[in-house]
Write a protein that binds this ligand. Sequence first.
Ligand SMILES: Cc1cc2nc3c(=O)[nH]c(=O)nc-3n(C[C@H](O)[C@H](O)[C@H](O)COP(=O)(O)OP(=O)(O)OC[C@H]3O[C@@H](n4cnc5c(N)ncnc54)[C@H](O)[C@@H]3O)c2cc1C
Length: 417
Amino acid sequence: MRFSGLRVLREGLSGNKGWQAQWRDAEPGDAYDVVIIGGGGHGLSTAYYLAREHGITNVAVLEKGYLGGGNVGRNTTIVRANYFLPGNSEFYSHSLKLWEGLEADLNYNVMHSQRGQIGLFHSDAQRDAAIRRGNAIRNQGDDAELLDVPQLKKILPYLDYEQARFPIHGGILQRRAGTARHDAVAWGYARGASDRGVDLIQNCEVTGIDIEGGRVTGVQTSRGAIRAKKVAVIVAGRSSQVAAMAGMRLPIESHVLQAFVTEGLKPVVDHVVSFGMGHFYISQSDKGGLVFGGDLDMYASYAARGNLPLVEHVMEAGMALMPMIGKAKVLRSWGGIMDMTPDGSPIIDHSGIGGLYLNCGWCYGGFKAVPGSGFSMAHLVATDRHHGPAARFRLDRFRTGRGLMDEEGTGSQHSLH
Ligand SMILES: Cc1cc2nc3c(=O)[nH]c(=O)nc-3n(C[C@H](O)[C@H](O)[C@H](O)COP(=O)(O)OP(=O)(O)OC[C@H]3O[C@@H](n4cnc5c(N)ncnc54)[C@H](O)[C@@H]3O)c2cc1C
């Protein structure tokens, strides 16, 4: 079923009876060429690009809950390509280009909105770092603009420019950055993969990984054994647990990250804005809610809900930046389980066990990576070779110390520094 303006009109005039389910709810088969563990953004996009780019369609995505019920449906939806270090910078640049063609490619409205993202700086040293980052972004071929305070006052009049403790000195703007509707991204990829023959199997938890003679042969699940020539582990916050089924110990800690949304307000925040003196970022959804988030909870956990001290911490950061936010009522908050690597950068690599591949370690930033990650992971699984833009996301960097990509020199948990 293709979406089009004409189709919407026709359905509207005929009682909306012609809409079909967006994907097949498949039953598990006995054997597949590729089994993907995890029906989040990265698992679904990998399945889609395996089918679209490599013609590999005998694929199952096994999801223990429902598709899109993990972090892909829980994040603050920020999409940008303003990373500094070689490795990250070309990867996120490639991912943003895929975002820009995604709706046409999927024939699905993921509400990708390039409203611009502004990272604020609050000291001369931060300005120097922002300029350096901006130059690196431009060298990569992406956009970055330096804004001074008068320019900021025009476009972000609601910020507190009189703040004595964290004075705003300027900002760096990426106009092509923005937001997208997170669960629509999961649904769009699910639909695209299903249409090409991929089996999407919900309520199917992987409980074991079968390995014979150093090669993966299949998985054990809550719905029986499934044989597979190749298995891709793409389970975000559960990466350490699932890799342990193959006898691996990953350099990943799972932490809770919370997000918040207020009651609907008239349009006020036109961009994505990030505070430079605390971990706080905000945008406004199309429904009008202010969507914001901050730091990780301070201890490792698998609970998909957050603690109250961090709620207070995030609210304080918001109030320091834009006191008017204090008038808005918070409607909801929730948590997701983040797969944090020591250097804050991800892993897309062979596992060292034949036919078993890893995609994990997305830390705070895996939503914007969904198209690029799926594309690169599909390339790795299909060809056994690393895809150019993701070629530095190697697992062994944590063993050798060579090739670590620590964007801010504080590891993945900035709050610890
Ligand atoms: C509050 C919050 C805000 C965020 N904000 C942003 C942001 O603004 N921008 C950004 O770029 N990123 C953001 N992120 C990060 C981003 O959401 C994640 O990095 C990304 O979604 C993780 O990849 P995923 O979508 O594949 O994960 P998930 O959606 O979590 O997918 C993994 C899936 O694996 C399944 N699974 C686990 N174990 C098993 C098993 N044994 N068997 C079968 N299935 C299993 C899970 O049920 C889950 O559905 C945020 C995250 C959170 C929590």
